[in-house]
Design a binder for this molecule. Structure first.
Ligand SMILES: C[S@@+](CC[C@H](N)C(=O)[O-])C[C@H]1O[C@@H](n2cnc3c(N)ncnc32)[C@H](O)[C@@H]1O
Length: 281
């Protein structure tokens, strides 16, 4: 078994630590941020890079997804005198646990004929919406977004509660037409442009079988949870993004409160942004 130091104690690092196969034993995280030294992430201690490498691991895994950042980290590891193998979690860009889970659920929901439409709150450029649409070709897909980015009202809540550094207009660079021409079954799409939850009143769906909630912020997530849950068919699924996120803490807070109130237990997915599932029995 190889011992491995994970360089980068952030969200990518936490996911990599959970994805490591049985051939590897993670000894610790290395991180340049002094504030993290002495803490732990996913139950693994975090220390300074020099200290981490002093234990002579067999390999170091660079826990970042962008090439430039990985290059800097690799140079630093070599400058610290590490001669061994350096791994890069490039394959994380190819494999996406959130998309894979959604597709698997779609197969099951379609096979079992669980009734209802599908939906997404927080569409942005449609990266995930196009996958949902392709996985549910026979169902109407309801797409909710301001298509102008974050709203000032929601950002004010983030600032007041210290939940994120979100700014009004973040994620503004998109448009319905752009998303629409990316969909495989565009005749199935219904768009609700504007502030959620106000736009929900226009939604004609009587029931949902699958809903992705990916608005990043506390207020829209907290508003969406009861609205979609109460219209979810038995066997239907809510998939929530950013629930175990360090960048956006609002969705996690909203899910915790909702689950406490409704006595539900979210099932985590091992993806980069800490998604969870809520399934109706
Ligand atoms: C991270 S993006 C969604 C990304 C997309 N699901 C994907 O996987 O590519 C978050 C989106 O939520 C939208 N959003 C946030 N708060 C909203 C609100 N109150 N009403 C409508 N849309 C909102 C933003 O405009 C933004 O496009």
């Amino acid at each position: 078994m190889k011992t491995v130091v994970l360089f980068g104690a952030g969200q990518v690092g936490a996911m990599v630590s959970r994805l490591m196969g049985p051939g590897y034993r993670v000894s610790c995280f290395a991180d340049n941020d002094e504030k993290k030294w002495g803490s732990s992430l996913a139950g693994i201690p975090v220390c300074a890079p020099r200290e981490a490498l002093a234990g002579s691991p067999d390999c170091v895994c660079l826990c970042a997804l962008d090439e430039e950042r990985c290059g800097q980290m690799e140079r630093q590891v070599r400058e610290l005198g590490f001669p061994g193998e350096i791994l890069r979690p490039q394959s994380l860009k190819i494999f996406d646990a959130r998309a894979a889970t959604m597709r698997l659920l779609a197969e099951q929901i379609n096979e079992e004929n669980i009734p209802g439409d599908v939906a997404e709150l927080g569409v942005y450029k449609g990266d995930f919406a196009i996958l949902i649409n392709a996985a549910f070709p026979d169902r109407c897909i309801h797409l909710f977004d301001t298509f102008e980015g974050f709203d000032a009202k929601d950002v004010a809540v983030e600032v007041r509660e210290g939940l994120s550094r979100a700014k009004e207009g973040d994620f503004a660079g998109t448009a319905i037409d752009y998303v629409d021409q990316r969909l495989l079954y565009r005749e199935r799409a219904r768009y609700y442009q504007g502030y959620f939850p106000n736009t929900f009143a226009r939604c004609s769906a009587e029931a949902f079988a699958f809903v992705s909630i990916d608005a990043d912020l506390y207020a829209p997530t907290a508003a969406a949870l009861p609205l979609f849950w109460d219209r979810l068919s038995p066997g239907g699924v809510l998939m929530l993004h950013d629930v175990n996120s360090t960048q956006f803490r609002g969705p996690g807070k909203a899910v915790k409160e909702f689950c406490r109130e409704r006595k539900l237990l979210p099932v985590p997915i091992c993806d980069l942004h800490g998604s969870v599932l809520l399934r109706k029995g």
